[in-house]
Unconditional design. Structure first.
Length: 298
């Protein structure tokens, strides 16, 4: 038998087509996602936010608002010790935090806020005034949770050394690190720090559109600087605010002003009684001899 001839098939050459290069437009809309490489999380700032026993509901709402705006924060139960500042450094080390915000309430009236760089310092102590939470204000502004904020500082932060130190400390605490696992990779709100009347005023604004228009979100508060310490919650005093007046002295001054007003009112009442005219007289200080020459005139 004759073997069948096997036909050899020659593979055809695949025609390759050259793709046309598409030129990208010089501008890009802000709604389009940015194509970036997977970047590592390098700036590992962690902030522990904690409060002492005895804080009021308003103070607690402010603390919760700050936690919502800071995805790199960690919360702890209320510190219940005689001197909580000594235990805060150990708590931060255990929770692997290198920054701390500590709210301390005294007499259920005055709220103090500590910001510290753990464990080597520096740290600063403020009196928190004019507190208004998000729920209280009910502003029209809004932002996505865990988004990164832009930090806006007043130009006066560059004028004096203690303001420069506070600017760096506030930037490290309130600035959300790039690439943080719990943060969103975009900016949609602004934290504003403004210096007025020797106080730092905090505002939170939503970025409404690309032209720079803003809408306030909240919360609102201002920080009255008391002292700056070299260490974390302790150490040598680097700066002391001479314009600071403690709330107790302020309340005493208000009481003295009220008592002085009452004293003046009592003195005026006594003078009215002394100068009150007697029976048959128009005024008590009228000269009794004024009618001597009345008959002569007649």
């Amino acid at each position: 038998m004759m073997a069948k001839k096997i036909k050899k098939t020659i593979p055809k050459q695949v025609e390759t087509s050259v793709e046309e290069v598409i030129e990208l437009p010089p501008t890009r809309s802000s709604d389009e996602p940015i194509k970036t490489k997977n970047s590592k999380w390098i700036n590992k700032q962690r902030v522990m936010v904690v409060a002492s026993r005895g804080i009021t509901y308003r103070d607690r709402h402010l603390m919760n608002d700050l936690k919502k705006m800071m995805p790199h924060s960690k919360s702890e139960p209320k510190v219940d010790t005689k001197d909580p500042k000594l235990a805060l450094n150990e708590m931060c080390v255990i929770r692997n935090c290198n920054k701390c915000i500590f709210f301390e309430n005294r007499r259920r009236k005055d709220l103090y806020m500590w910001i510290s760089n753990v464990p080597n310092g520096p740290s600063a102590k403020f009196l928190v005034e004019n507190i208004h939470s998000m729920e209280e204000m009910k502003m029209h502004g809004n932002c996505l949770k865990s988004s990164r904020p832009l930090l806006s500082f007043d130009p006066r932060f560059e004028t004096e050394p203690h303001y420069q130190l506070l600017k760096e400390l506030l930037a490290q605490i309130f600035g959300v690190p790039n690439g943080h696992p719990k943060s969103q990779p975009f900016f949609d709100h602004v934290f504003s720090f403004t210096i007025l009347d020797h106080r730092i005023w905090f505002r939170n604004y939503q970025i409404v559109s690309e032209d720079g228009s803003l809408s306030e979100i909240g919360p609102r508060f201002d920080l009255n600087l008391i002292k700056i310490f070299e260490g974390s919650f302790s150490g040598r005093i680097l700066y002391s605010n001479q314009e600071y007046i403690s709330p107790n002295k302020h309340r005493i001054a208000i009481k003295h002003a009220a008592s002085e007003k009452y004293r003046n009112r009592v003195e005026a009442k006594k003078m009215r009684i002394v100068n009150k005219p007697k029976d048959g007289e128009v005024y008590a200080d009228v000269d009794v001899y004024d009618d001597v020459f009345d008959n002569v005139r007649k």
